[in-house]
Design a protein around this ligand. Structure first.
Ligand code: PLP
Length: 403
């Protein structure tokens, strides 16, 4: 890391942290893509020194890391205020590596019952087979407190949650876990380090789908885990042996994307708030969820914990009647009429992405099960991109005319 960068503003950190190439004889401004699987040693003694951690060498084999990857990790550490970090091949591999680093067979996870469904599927379909079971609790400190018993090893919190952008009182939740020696893992993908840095509230590990706001260009999939040196060393061990390292080219693309991260986040925050405010007033909108709207159930917590509401707005369009069929067709008529946002998965990139949540994430469930999870067929999740806000609002207005 360039000297003194860690203490500078977020834009300076995003551009410079991790990219100190002064020792390279060619002094490249941009950290090169080390496209090599293996690294040579002049002598066996050099190799031994590498293993003894007495040499300055970073890499021996690309599954354990590359200089391109370490530059990205140092940038993320500077953004998140973390002692150490590992990047992984996806957000899912970051979550699984974090859990596997701290949980054993027989230990339990307590997770909020609202969040990214892929995470819950990994917990229920795979970690459960290793004897790591998950207890899902409703959002609230009482429910968390009740669930934290002696076998619980991990408290897993997504903030804000997918798709209703809910928040819990992080400081208090972390304190409940700490009192019992339980590790708190926070998935702050939706907020990104621009809007919240959970380690400052005492969380032990933060995970991100770097695919989203951090990379920001909808062109690569990656993840990260950040925290203390001690915990990250354990996560690094899991990542190295499960082989979920991102390759150097992927890391280069993300480092390039991150240079504009604070500028992009500021624009996402502003545009999404403007769009959420617009939608809330529209007669064809039933309800909007955006943390910075006073109507959001967690507005007060959002004021306390978030710098901005982020780039995601969830909303229900009004339907002819309250049947799921009517809700489904109102939402799909609206989505099909949009010309700027693309109907698709993911979020946090410069291109707007939008979808009907019941179809994109809950299509494998029947309608009754979806409703139990509060997923109505007219619920839409909009990842507000960086197109002109005015163009997006005009596009939404025109599409709402069609229903
Ligand atoms: N966490 C959250 C909150 C997500 O929304 C996602 C993906 O959408 C993930 C984790 C998984 O990330 P990835 O797709 O990079 O594996």
């Amino acid at each position: 890391m360039k000297k003194g960068v860690a203490k500078k503003g977020m834009a300076t950190r995003a551009i410079h942290a991790g990219h100190d190439n002064q020792n390279d004889p060619h002094k490249p401004l941009i950290t090169p893509i080390y496209q090599t699987a293996s690294y040579g040693f002049e002598t066996t003694e050099d190799l031994a020194a590498f293993y003894d951690k007495t040499s300055t060498r970073l890499s021996e084999y690309a599954r354990y890391g590359t200089p391109t990857q370490r530059a990205l990790e140092e940038t993320l550490m500077a953004l998140e205020g973390a002692e150490d970090a590992v990047v992984t091949s996806s957000g899912m591999s970051a979550i699984c590596a974090a859990i596997l680093a701290v949980a054993d067979t027989g230990s339990q996870i307590v997770s909020l019952n609202e969040g990214y469904r892929g995470t819950f599927k990994a917990f229920d379909q795979h970690l459960s087979r290793l004897g790591i079971h998950t207890d899902y609790v409703s959002l609230g400190l009482d429910a968390i407190k009740k669930a934290l018993d002696k076998n619980v090893r991990v408290l897993f919190i997504e903030i804000p949650t997918n798709p209703f952008l809910r928040l819990i009182d992080l400081t208090s939740a972390v304190a409940l876990a700490k009192a019992k020696g339980i590790t708190t893992v926070v998935d702050a993908t939706f907020a990104s380090p621009f809007n919240i840095q959970p380690l400052t509230y005492g969380a032990d590990l933060v995970v991100h789908s770097v695919t989203k706001f951090l990379n920001g260009h909808n062109d690569t999939v990656a993840g990260a885990v950040l925290g203390s040196k001690e915990l990250i060393e354990k996560v690094r061990g899991v990542r190295g042996l499960l082989g979920s390292n991102p390759d150097a080219h992927q890391c280069y693309l993300i480092s390039r994307g991150i240079k504009t991260f604070p500028l992009r986040m500021d624009a996402h925050n502003r545009s999404a708030l403007q769009i959420a405010t617009y939608l809330e007033k529209h007669p064809k909108i039933e309800r909007v969820w955006y943390p910075m709207l006073t109507s959001h159930p967690d507005f007060t917590l959002a004021q306390k914990y978030l710098k901005g509401g982020g780039g995601i707005v969830s909303f229900c369009v009004k339907a002819k009647n309250s049947s799921q069929e009517a809700r489904f067709s109102a939402a799909s008529a609206f989505l099909n009429a949009l010309t700027i946002p693309t109907i698709g998965a993911s979020l946090g990139g410069v291109e707007s992405l939008i979808h009907q949540v019941s179809v994109m994430s809950y299509w494998d469930m029947d309608s009754a099960a979806r409703l139990k999870a509060s997923i109505q067929d007219n619920l839409i999740r909009f990842s507000v991109g960086l197109e002109d806000t005015e163009d997006l609002i005009n596009d939404l207005a025109n599409a709402l005319e069609k229903i």
